[in-house]
Design a protein around this ligand. Structure first.
Ligand code: HEC
Length: 252
């Protein structure tokens, strides 16, 4: 019993330390949908263009992503693979880890399992949590991951928020004008970006959707298989029902 209590205690402590860097800040919810293939394709494009320079996805293969996302192999190879990697290879990067540590303070982790480790909600808020902070080496900080070593790589899309963005705010609508008067996000930008706040949120939705898919690609198939099995069971039930009736006919 004592051992069990200690084990339980350790589980909670380690779970808590995993969450380190993500002190309990309010967060906006996200409802991912890995069956939305177009969203996954946009997320993948964003990932390869903006994240893949630093973060590997070394447990995923290009080819699997191409097939699951319905992208023909040639188009994938031409547009989404940089350098001379082949479509059958794992999604590795060339950046040496020791140098990355020197540049950023800590090496950018592999992101294949990021959505399983941190959860989609954390990722969604983290990518929307950057703000200007002149005390940090790259001029930005993050409300979800304090003193993060990662630069705000999507600053050209989002812009740079002048102050801490408010996350997890219940939207408030002015009953007279019907306008939203209070909502999550950044109030003022010190540098403007190319996208509107809503467009940026949608882009991050796609990105997180993609990260969620990559964390467990076989889920796409299991969802599909689950549906087929249920349909089969429904039909099977009809046969079993009549067979059962047939068996009992002479007895009753
Ligand atoms: C210039 C290099 C660089 C690029 C490009 C980059 N990151 Fe990072 N990222 C880092 C570094 C460095 C860290 C580690 C930060 C730390 O531990 O302080 C990090 C950390 C993270 C983390 C936190 C991981 C964890 O669980 O601790 C996530 C999530 C992440 N990056 C996502 C992204 C996404 C998504 C993109 C693309 C939109 C991206 N990064 C682009 C350098 C980069």
């Amino acid at each position: 019993m004592k051992k069990l209590i200690i084990a339980l205690f350790l589980t909670f402590v380690s779970a808590g330390s995993f969450a380190a860097g993500g002190a309990s800040v309010p967060m906006d919810p996200i409802d991912t949908d890995i069956r939305d293939q177009e969203s996954l394709q946009r997320g993948l494009a964003l990932f390869t263009n903006y994240c893949f320079a630093c973060h590997s996805m070394k447990y995923a293969r290009y080819e699997r992503a191409a097939n699951d996302l319905g992208i023909p192999n040639e188009i994938f190879e031409e547009n989404l693979i940089f350098g001379d990697a082949k479509i059958g290879e794992l999604m590795e990067i060339a950046m040496p880890e020791d140098l990355a540590k020197v540049w950023f303070g800590s090496a950018p982790p592999d992101l294949t399992l990021a959505a399983r480790l941190r959860g989609p909600e954390w990722l969604y808020n983290y990518m929307r949590g950057f703000y200007a902070d002149s005390k940090r080496p790259y001029g930005v900080n993050n409300v979800v991951f304090k003193d993060v070593g990662m630069p705000h790589v999507l600053a050209d899309l989002q812009g740079v928020c002048a102050d801490k963005p408010q996350l997890g705010v219940e939207p408030e609508v002015d009953p007279l004008s019907g306008k939203i008067v209070k909502s999550s996000g950044c109030e003022e930008f010190s540098t403007p970006g190319k996208l509107s706040p809503d467009q940026y949120d949608e882009a991050i939705y796609d990105l997180v959707n993609f990260l969620e898919y990559v964390g467990e690609p076989s889920r796409l198939q299991s969802v599909e298989l689950g549906r087929t099995v249920l349909i089969f069971l429904a039909f099977f039930f009809i046969f079993v029902y009549f067979l059962n009736k047939e068996y009992w006919r002479d007895i009753h």
